[in-house]
Write a protein that binds this ligand. Structure first.
Ligand code: ATP
Ligand code: MG
Length: 446
């Protein structure tokens, strides 16, 4: 069911700039050692070169398991928009590593297959969405342009788009000019005036969306704007985005905003606009159930004529707990160590320590390193309170655990929320966004 997904592009470039890059370098260092190990393994049936598994942020899995319901829901969304039915858009939420980005990319492929124009942004804290949205819609409309009969309509839209992008600039001054210069959209037409350029994002987005939707209507298609890490959109911008979607849902233009984010995203949106609950259809994605986790492991293996014993599948489910990232991470290492098919429970035992240490560096450690010392203390206290499982803990208990006043811990808590390491879906409660993070922290020396 998994269709071609547009390659990482701007997302991948953005990730390379992040501090996480350190972990990636370390991982690729070990990856470089692997070819030498291959020679020692001398396995022909379970060939490391053909290892199908794909642990990594946004990495397309060899089998998109257990997401049929969400894919069907999105199919309905696309179909309804195509038939001009009023449609609520979709928002995927879930913990880190459950496959939100991958699912968003799969949705994008579905839209592309229907010849829709698509664009994607990855929101960042403290960054206005104006420019990223402009670039994404530019890409979406460029996809539609070759099918449009009236080039001047496209040019008209591009003029509005350019004005929209530039309207975020400070009105005067060298810095603003310099920045205006830096935006290199490759739009040759001059910026138009009087539409989507007021400087008020809510008004401008609404006008831009309406115009983009009308270009899509001309070619009998739609436009889908995908927003990853949606919880990171600054508060004012989120409210503008909701308002623009609301406006659009009333006029019925074929443009939808499809989002993905952490579990508290619905709370962020409804705090911004109370009507957001009616605006979006929320789909929470979670760990894979046993059958889906088995499919995620077996389907790619069987394409390479490799299989797993039942005991091996039991052990893998025990270790990965159904979390897609962990499923991929364990399977990848297990494949590399397994001498032959079927892969057995003993292979899992041999592979587990390496898989765990790779996760400790690449999945947990890289995130832990982003926290300040005070934030680390806060997370350790959460971990101590949490014991098994990832149930939310009370912020007041965290304060007790640290022997501090709750108010003095607000900066640490807010910092962690901003870094996407914890979330607060309910007042007074916090939880880790990273599955098994409590367990990881409890295993660390103090
Ligand atoms: N349905 C699935 N079946 C099997 N593997 C999957 C599935 N969904 C995602 N994965 C794998 O899980 C890993 C994490 O996926 P992804 O990066 O999309 O998660 P995410 O929810 O966006 O995480 P984050 O919150 O950190 O951005 C990837 O290695 C991907 O290949
Ligand atoms: Mg993601």
């Amino acid at each position: 069911m998994m269709a071609t997904v547009a390659a990482g592009g701007p997302d991948a470039a953005a990730r390379r700039r992040e501090p996480r890059a350190h972990a990636t370098r370390r991982t690729s260092f070990y990856a470089n050692l692997r070819p030498q190990l291959y020679r020692l393994i001398e396995s022909e049936t379970v060939d490391p070169v053909r290892n199908p598994y794909a642990p990594g942020a946004g990495q397309r899995p060899p089998e998109l398991a257990g997401r049929d319901r969400e894919l069907q829901q999105f199919e309905v969304v696309l179909e309804r928009v195509a038939r001009d039915r009023p449609e609520r858009s979709m928002i995927i939420t879930g913990l880190r590593g459950v496959g939100k980005t991958v699912l968003l990319n799969a949705f994008r492929s579905m839209a592309i297959q229907r010849l829709w124009g698509t664009g994607k942004i990855e929101a960042r804290p403290d960054q206005s969405i104006r420019r990223p949205v402009a670039s994404a819609l530019h890409m979406a409309v460029r996809e539609l342009a070759p099918r449009h009969r009236a080039p001047d309509r496209i040019e008209g839209f591009l003029g509005v788009l350019k004005a929209f992008a530039q309207a975020g600039e400070e009105p005067s001054g060298g810095r603003a000019k310099a920045r205006a210069h830096r935006w290199q959209p490759g739009i040759d037409v001059p910026a138009s005036r009087g539409r989507a350029d007021s400087g008020d994002l809510e008004i401008d987005l609404t006008e831009l969306f309406v115009d983009a939707a009308s270009v899509a209507t001309d070619v009998g298609a739609g436009i889908a704007l995908f927003v990853d890490e949606m919880q990171d959109i600054p508060a004012d911008d989120v409210s503008a985005l909701c308002a623009a979607c609301h406006e659009l849902s009333q006029t019925g233009g074929p443009l939808i905003v499809v989002g993905a984010g952490l579990p508290h995203l619905p709370a962020v949106l409804s705090a911004s606009k109370s009507y957001s609950e009616r605006l979006f259809r929320y789909a929470r994605i979670d760990r894979l159930d046993r059958d889906s986790a088995d499919v995620a492991l077996l389907a790619p293996a069987e394409r390479e004529e490799v299989t797993f014993t039942k005991d091996a599948l039991d052990a893998l489910y025990g270790a990965a707990d159904g979390y897609p990232y962990f499923v991929q991470a364990y399977a990848k290492v297990v494949w590399d160590v397994a001498p032959d098919t079927p892969i057995t429970v003993d292979d899992i035992k041999v592979a587990a320590p390496e898989a765990e240490s790779e996760l400790a560096v690449g999945f947990f450690g890289s995130r832990y390193e982003r926290a300040t010392p005070a934030e680390r203390d806060y997370m350790r206290a959460m971990a101590m309170l949490g014991e098994e499982g990832d149930a939310p803990v009370a912020t007041s208990s965290v304060a007790d655990e640290l022997g501090r006043k709750p108010s003095s811990l607000s900066p640490a808590r807010d910092g962690l929320i901003k870094k996407g390491l914890i979330y607060s879906a309910e007042r007074g409660l916090v939880a880790f966004t990273v599955p098994h993070f409590g367990k990881f922290l409890r295993a660390q020396p103090a």
